[in-house]
Design a protein around this ligand. Sequence first.
Ligand code: ADP
Ligand code: MG
Length: 430
Amino acid sequence: MSQILINLSGVGKNFSSADGSERIVLEGVDFTLQEGEIVALLGKSGSGKSTLLRIMAGLLPADKGQVTYRGQQLFGPARGIAMVFQSFALFPWLTVQQNVELGLEAQGIAKEVRSEQAEAAIEMIGLAGFEGALPRELSGGMKQRVGIARALVMNPDVLLMDEAFSALDVLTGETLRNDMLELWESKKTPMKGILIVSHNIEEAVMMADRILIFSSDPGRVRAEIKVSLPRERSEDSPEVRALIDEVYTLMTARPVESDANGKAEAQYQAYRLPEAEISQMEGLLEMLADEPFNGRADLPQLAEEAGLSDEDLFPVYEALRLIGLVNIEHGDIHLTSLGQRYCQADQAFRKHLFGQQLLQNVPLAARIHHSLKLEKSGELRKEPFLNLLEEFLSAEEAKQMLEVAVEWGRYGEMYEYNYHTGMLKLPDAE
Ligand code: ADP
Ligand code: MG
């Protein structure tokens, strides 16, 4: 029987927005980290991953649910849990050695012991010889090594890594990832479990024993994939490619209508739009239609060709699928027959097709259009629509959502928006 390191059950967290309204960031999060495993948590930006990690590290209290570390309820930071941050979070005026020693100092450990332990950690992560350097003298990869050394020096039982590799360039990130895996396999440290939070699918597949997919608004664990491939894994092996495809498919799947919150949730989902601009959608469609893809692409390959991250591309995929121009299956994206017609059409016909699809598939756009049709003047203020959205979203998000709906609606020539007067109106006839 393996030991449970960290357990979360029914964890919820709210934050209050600038306008004073409450926003549910995490809701009903269940999670377990067992001894001996590396778990990856994959989710979009803003889905609450960092908040969740801070709760697990005892840096932030949960509003709801239970958090335990080795069977004990967690109150405040626990000694056995260390964290590595995306931003490195180093003190610029302290040397590498001093940065690494900070945590030990806080624990009141004697100077000699401190410096010995820090040197060992620095050596372990491959920074020997840089003890006296200041952060600004180091490359990004080396800075993050300091960030990791600072966590390792605490001899953690559990290591939480918050997008620790994502600020680094691809090669540096990969090298550091591999060094971490080597350290893990070597058992040179007392580390018993690692949780990596990431939005990089490949990173998760290369590192983890289990991948959890985290959904947004509110954040919760939506799906789990076990990875039973032995490490070290080869990026190009068919097993790894198949897993990457599987995770892609799961991440791009629209959430199933919720059972828990019933109607409100369904309505909310229906009004939620992916934040994708028309130019991004057009650009991606054109790449997909062209050589070498000719209408069908492996998602990771398309991302590579586009030179964009998954994070940038997910809203675009979602938007194109919502509009009915592409489908996504088994990690592949392909043009629907309508998508093919769209790509062959001239600008005017594209707009027409887009507008038609908008009315059929995007409830918020349809609602705006129909409401305007019912008005004799063909004009309405934007506030009633914002109010509608604010039933489900924060004021800030409602504004963003309406902006997306406005951009799409203008492109599809379903309605227009006057930024000076704040009025939505039907396009001028003829
Ligand atoms: P992720 O790490 O997945 O990008 P975060 O956990 O950083 O997401 O943030 C989730 C949401 O919670 C965001 O909308 C963010 O603006 C909000 N949030 C995070 N921390 C705070 C805070 N201290 N006060 C108010 N809102 C916060
Ligand atoms: Mg984060």
